[in-house]
Design a protein. Structure first.
Length: 60
């Protein structure tokens, strides 16, 4: 039974490899660019002093 499973797996791998090489793999020319910040991306902004509370109250 294991021999039959191994034969089936081998045939599946061979079929995928044959399909890959006969159709010609598509090579995508991806251009690598450094990451740039986007204006659409949400960002953390400092809280205004009105919402933060009085200036005299600090964390102690």
């Amino acid at each position: 039974m294991k021999e039959l499973a191994a034969l089936g797996a081998g045939l599946a791998i061979a079929a995928v490899a044959a399909l890959w090489f006969t159709t010609g793999p598509v090579v995508v020319g991806a251009e690598v660019k450094p990451l740039q910040p986007s204006a659409n991306m949400p960002a953390f902004r400092p809280v205004s002093t009105e919402l933060a509370g009085p200036a005299g109250r600090g964390i102690r």
